[in-house]
Write a protein that binds this ligand. Structure first.
Ligand code: ZN
Length: 426
């Protein structure tokens, strides 16, 4: 049997002359070949490495709506009709991804939302095909790094809001790497437990948003600045209340009372508060001073943290629309809280983003349009044709030498869209 790890395209072997000199291993700067017939080069021969060209992939974030509709378009058993746009988009995205021109990183939000779908495994199959193992860090982790960076800016008297972070800091995997043909993934089986937890969380979020919406509606004609300041004030309490849950659980545990073991684990708010205080503690040992500076940072500087800034602006934009009567409160999407977390985390770390109409509309409107640094290209169903053109242009603007290299490494057929990805495997 031929070595299953040696793939086409095959060239004539320099040793045995048979056309079995295939691709063995692909890495960032080079790829290797080996003969599937005679095994050349063997351990005694120098390895057969060939150079690759540097790539600078475009990072595109697709929201759950896009993934879900692509799954429906590709699934052989799905009966109802789906907008042909989604299949068209899939074909282009898959081709560009195989051409090593784009990557669509996946994220925790995919997994969290896929489990409520009728086809969770199929969702995973499709988003992993397009992400090829590139995964964004969870949002709490990104937030912690961003807070730490702004604390440094504040204490070192540097310009607040400036950041050295790029997408490369916040993903697992190397975006600008030529991908291997095979992708091995595992089913973690955590779906069952996660689903129950998420149902409770989602219910709480939904209720929280409904209460907020009532309040927004009751405050007539307040402007964006009012709502921005109003929302900003909550961050200090959010962290403090979150952290106190961990502390209360720990106290109960110490007193020997029954407590859910998971609650004793430090939650994200607790971690963030502790990290802020530890950071401040490097500058002063005075406990009152640490408390005072922590409070000051949370009240007066927190808006420089990119996640917090975008999050607050999005909530303020919705509040302004509802308070001014431009939006009915029952028109708020049920997934808004999770969508805002997702957008606030990844918006500065992609070149283009495809969102639902409501979220995309908020980002394209003033004041957000001009107030968010590093705003990527924003697409939704409202400008779906522009999205396809955007994808076409990525290919058009690529030099011929790149396509020749892709053909050399992966063969002719490789770039054809994988339309049978969800068909039963033989
Ligand atoms: Zn050979």
């Amino acid at each position: 049997m031929l070595n299953p790890f040696i793939n086409e395209p095959y060239l004539p072997c320099p040793k045995c002359g048979e056309t079995y000199f295939g691709v063995l291993h692909i890495s960032k700067f080079q790829y290797s070949r080996r003969c599937a017939k005679c095994g050349f080069p063997s351990a005694q021969d120098p390895p057969a490495w060939f150079p690759l060209l540097p790539v600078n992939k475009t990072v595109i974030y697709l929201d759950q709506l896009m993934i879900s509709n692509m799954v429906k378009s590709l699934h052989p058993d799905f009966q109802r009709s789906v907008d042909p746009f989604f299949l068209e988009a899939f074909k282009k995205l898959d081709r560009l991804s195989k051409l090593q021109l784009i990557v669509c990183p996946d994220s925790e939000f995919y997994e969290n939302e896929s489990i409520f779908s009728a086809y969770p495994s199929e969702h995973k199959r499709v988003y992993e095909l397009l992400s090829h193992g590139i995964t964004y860090w969870p949002f709490w982790t990104v937030l912690r790094f961003e807070i730490h960076e702004q604390l440094e800016n504040w204490f070192e008297k540097r310009k607040m809001g400036q950041t050295k972070y790029t997408v490369h800091n916040f993903v697992h995997g190397d975006i600008d790497e030529w991908q291997e043909k095979l992708l091995i993934t595992v089913e973690t089986g955590r779906w069952k437990n996660l689903k129950a937890d998420l149902q409770t969380t989602n219910l709480n979020l939904k209720q929280g948003i409904a209460e907020l919406a009532d309040f927004w509606e009751s405050q007539k004609d307040k402007d964006f600045d009012f709502w921005f300041q109003h929302e900003l004030k909550h961050w200090k309490n959010t962290f403090e209340e979150g952290a106190s849950k961990t502390i209360e659980a720990a106290m109960k545990y110490i007193q020997g009372l029954s407590v859910d073991p998971l609650e004793i684990l430090p939650n994200s708010s607790y971690m963030i508060l502790r990290e802020i205080k530890e950071f401040v503690g490097k500058y002063t040992k005075d406990e009152d001073e640490i408390q005072k500076l922590t409070k000051e940072f949370l009240l007066e500087q927190i808006h420089h943290v990119p996640f917090v800034r975008i999050h607050t602006m999005l909530f303020a934009a919705i509040a302004t629309k509802i308070s001014s009567g431009h939006m009915k409160k029952d028109k708020i999407n049920s997934s808004i809280a999770s969508d805002i977390n997702m957008v606030s985390t990844y918006l500065p770390f992609c070149d283009a983003i495809f969102l639902d109409r409501q979220m995309a509309g908020l980002l394209r409107d003033q004041p957000l349009k001009n107030c968010i640094d590093k705003m990527p290209q924003v697409f939704s169903m409202a400008n779906k044709q522009e999205f396809l053109t955007y994808l076409d242009n990525i290919e058009k603007n690529t030099p011929t030498t790149h396509f020749e290299k892709v053909k050399e490494v992966y063969g002719e057929e490789w770039v054809n869209p994988y339309l049978t990805v969800l068909h039963p495997q033989l």
